[in-house]
Design a protein around this ligand. Structure first.
Ligand SMILES: [Zn+2]
Length: 298
């Protein structure tokens, strides 16, 4: 574990400055205080004291409950498909960290040949058996990609990169696994989010300590440049992003629920709350709470 008193960047060994110290406000697994730093050299944000028992912070209800029927009826991931198909509408697609596979389901439905790598065994069983999608169970996706040596037209990481220790290793692996002309779609919390100015350490997308890192877009571009991968588009303004703006406000209100409040009632807030008065700022391009970057291999 890194010493939070004098951390150096785990990516480039640069000097880092402290941004926030906060707890697991989202799931209240412990009262441990975690420290978030920004590297002054490469710009990466990192939690300097990730817990040794990180797995315990992914509570049993983390992945939620879905059925094939509920996926077929809800089409909750359609905004992601609408976004993706502007850039690529067929081919071999890999999703890393699909959870219960709502996006995989939609991607398969529109004709992609879908594979997945997921660390939760229950999710992988559902993907393989119910959804008939090739899913591999592993908490080391980089190793699986390197072993399989398969090539993909599309690789998607919808809010998984920030959860992975040493994320540069998975980026190296996916960069090599992309076909020329293939695209990498990365959705992550936005270190430039307007909401951070208002919510500070309580911003729900810090998600201490599950979010181990946050990535300035420039950091992604710099890291992937050596593979001939360039930024094609980035936005904080899609329907997908706007949901995460609302989610922040909903979660913030849930913090006022007593800790013994039934989780199901608390979950009411997770659907999000929209404050129209803030739209002017949080829905402005670049200011949203999350961004989606599309990177292409030349
Ligand atoms: Zn650094």
């Amino acid at each position: 574990m890194l010493n939070h008193l004098s951390p150096i960047c785990p990516y480039c060994s640069g000097k880092a400055k402290k941004l926030f110290s906060g707890k697991d406000y989202n799931r209240r697994v412990s009262k441990v205080i975690f420290h978030l730093y920004a590297c002054e050299k490469c710009g990466l944000w990192f939690v300097s004291n990730p817990p040794d028992n990180l797995g315990d912070y992914y509570t049993e209800d983390y992945h939620g409950e879905v059925t094939i029927e509920s996926l077929a009826n809800s089409h909750s991931e359609k905004p992601k498909i609408d976004f993706l198909t502007k850039y690529k509408n067929s081919g071999d697609l890999l999703e890393i960290g699909p959870s219960m596979g709502a996006f995989c389901y939609e991607a398969k439905d529109v004709g992609f040949n879908v594979s997945a790598i997921e660390m939760n065994a229950k999710c992988v069983k559902f993907l393989n058996e119910q959804m008939k999608i090739r899913a591999v169970c592993s908490d080391n996706p980089a190793k699986i990609i390197e072993q399989e040596k398969l090539k993909y037209d599309v690789i998607c990481m919808w809010h998984s990169l920030e959860h992975i220790p040493e994320p540069w290793k998975i980026l190296d692996a996916v960069a090599k696994a992309l076909k020329v002309g293939g695209i990498l779609v990365i959705a992550v919390p936005n270190p430039n989010a307007w909401q951070i100015k208002i919510m500070g350490k309580y911003w729900p997308h810090h998600d201490f300590p599950r979010h181990l890192f946050a990535f300035p877009v420039k950091w992604l571009e710099n890291h992937l440049a050596k593979y001939g991968i360039t930024l094609k588009a980035v936005t904080t303004k899609t329907d997908v992003n706007n949901y995460w703006n609302r989610f922040s406000w909903g979660m913030l209100f849930s913090y006022f629920c007593p800790s013994k409040f039934p989780r199901k009632k608390e979950a009411f807030f997770h659907k999000g709350i929209k404050f129209k008065c803030f739209s002017k700022w949080e829905e402005k391009e670049g200011n949203g709470s999350t961004y989606v970057a599309v990177l292409e291999k030349q």
